[in-house]
Design a protein around this ligand. Sequence first.
Ligand code: DHE
Length: 553
Amino acid sequence: MWNKIANIAFALIFTASLAGCGGSDTPSGVSAGAQSEDGSIVLTGAEMDRASDIFFNTCAGCHGTLRKGATGPSLLPEARTSLLGTAGLSAFITNGTPGGMPDWGRQGVLSEEEIDLVARFLQVPPPEIPAFTLDDMNAFWKLHVPVAERPTEPQHDRNWQNYFGVVLRDMGQVAIIDGDTKEKLTIIETGFAVHILRTSASGRYFYSIGRDGKITMIDLWMETPTMVAEGKASFDARSVEVSKYNGPEGDFSDKYLIVGGYTPSHFVIFDAQTLEPISVTSTEGYALDGDEYVEEARVASIVASHKDPLWVVNVKESGMVWLVDYTDPVNPEITKIATARFLHDGGWDLTGQYFLVAANAENKVVVVDVENKELEAIVETGETPHPGRGANIDHSTLGNLWLTGHLGENKISAIKTSEGDGRWTVVKEIELPGDGGGNLFIKTHPNSKHLWADRPLNNNVDLQRSVFVVDTESFEVVKTLTVPDKYAGRAVHLEYNKEGTEVWVAVWGTMEDVTAVLVYDDKTLELIEEITGDWMRTPTGHFNVYNTVHDIY
Ligand code: DHE
């Protein structure tokens, strides 16, 4: 009974989101409440709506919408929340944990009253997840500029392959910046909390994916970059990718686009030129050992192979890597490979044959041989690996290496990927200055001798605001760079320019803070430009066109 009522509340939240109200608009006081099994915790309908909304925006990414746990532990009453009680749960939400749980209270993201509400919400049964069908997607789809009305060549002389797309997360915007001149060319209204950008295979289009499942397609050939289409794949998503294969089996480059849904758990294939939805495939199913049926089997990272007409789709909770053949996008053929849990983010090795992805709850990195469609290796790396897409180094003595940092400890691990002794083992570990993990992203470039690392989730404020530069030959940390005092916020995400001579670092503050994207010279390691302005608020991920097209990291 309570679940059914809660389901209505949840559906209403999602309906608000679907109507374009954004992730945090919830109709209040319209649904019935919920209560804990022993009746000691009671939430009214309005409280359920608000708490679901806060949980969805702040906690569901790590703990799952159904609260069964993933990167973070299960938050079901029977698992632990009724034991912890309101006071215990409030302490966790306020102070975070050294293992990577953010300190939402201390950061001021959640007020005391909101923390109390969420702590009580965690002790009643979770809401159920409604469907989001092809009809819903078609109803949302907007083609602003049909293909025939788009230019057939760039309408400007700019070096568009060196453009950057900068996510202005809480502003619901993406800024397009000319990487040569550092000018802001335009700001596109993308909607709630864009997570990542990917480019088309040609690089002409940027696609953004929001935490509301909304895709925005931006044409960089136009005089001013312009939104040409919008689509929606789910209520919640983190990944988007295009088809990149052009070879004996046909030219599929930029034909199809895939979005991975967190909520509901499915992937959707779209026409990459128009964003018209083509098909939807649920990722619900048995976990790797086959003894558990996973209803919330969210799609984490997705990458496109350059060698085969395949997307690598990582299903988080079930620990299955799905190789999706898009030659028939209506009925895609899927090869399912059992690996480890919970799958999160990852990237290609230098050859483009192997995909390496973090199974963060098991402290492992999984290696999939995509060309031969089989599991290659599972490598123990450290506490909660978080590679982003990782970083590739061609080392003079150790061979080809792919690296990952860790959330839970101070360690960057280098896995040997080329043939020979030590292949698929950690051959080098790098320790950064200061204690603790909190590293989210690392990056390098074939033209650079450096690897850059951030640490925004470290508990120490100075480390949160620092980036670390490591020599890729000696593995020594050569410099620690700190965000200038005038900008409030943490240093997050790193991206090289096309030539590999500059590194761009975002300063991630709150909506009240005007911050900057800092541009460092990769040789001198001096700060050479501060891209800022009243519009520069909550920058997070930033993506260079050329490097994204070619999977350079
Ligand atoms: Fe991310 C990548 C999921 C929190 C910024 N993030 C990814 C990917 C996934 C993911 C699955 C890989 C996409 C791909 O390659 O296809 N991220 C999640 C979460 O579930 C989590 C932990 C919590 C949540 O609710 O979202 C989470 N991520 C964050 C942040 O807090 C960050 C710093 C800011 C934000 O937007 O919320 C953040 N995630 C990023 C960025 C990337 C990313 C910048 C792309 C890195 C790259 O270089 O490819």
